[in-house]
Design a binder for this molecule. Structure first.
Ligand code: AMP
Ligand code: ZN
Length: 135
């Protein structure tokens, strides 16, 4: 646990939350500022600021838990879809610096805004990025 981390306190039960699920590694809670009905957060009990700090084993478990929980939320709430979102860094919209996965049920015609305007893949960008992945 990290001092002054609100999600450490919530995940470890020091601060009460609307808990949907808990195991030795994670707590799943309802978001206090939901984007839609059923917006939930998956919180690891151990502190990791973001995805890059999260041990691989927990990253793998988080995705499996996201899959199970997302299915249950979507079916139980009769949602039409669900977004699985995970923000890293302020520029990416992260406001709480303890890794978490958002599960945001979606309903036809809702006003949740996760959209971007498609750009165009530039040749120079493509070459630069492909170069990063060449060995
Ligand atoms: P992010 O912007 O990805 O860091 O997401 C942080 C999320 O945490 C937001 O959706 C907030 O509404 C939510 N949040 C912040 N504080 C609390 C809290 N005490 N309990 C539940 N959700 C919270
Ligand atoms: Zn923390």
């Amino acid at each position: 646990m990290e001092d002054n981390c609100i999600f450490c306190k919530i995940a470890n039960g020091e601060i009460p939350s609307a808990t949907l699920y808990e195991d030795e590694d994670f707590r799943v809670i309802l978001d206090l500022g939901p984007a839609s009905k059923g917006h939930a957060l998956i919180l690891p009990k151990s502190h990791a600021a973001n995805l890059f700090d999260l041990p691989d084993e927990l990253a793998a478990k988080a995705m499996i838990l996201a899959k199970k929980t997302a299915r249950k939320l979507q079916e139980g709430l009769h949602a039409d879809g669900i977004n699985v979102v995970q923000n890293n860094g302020e520029a990416a919209g992260q406001t709480v610096f303890h890794f978490h996965v958002h599960l945001i049920p979606r309903y036809k015609g809702d006003t949740v805004n996760l959209n971007w305007k498609p750009g165009e893949l530039k040749d120079a960008d493509k070459e630069e990025i492909l170069g990063l992945f060449r060995s």
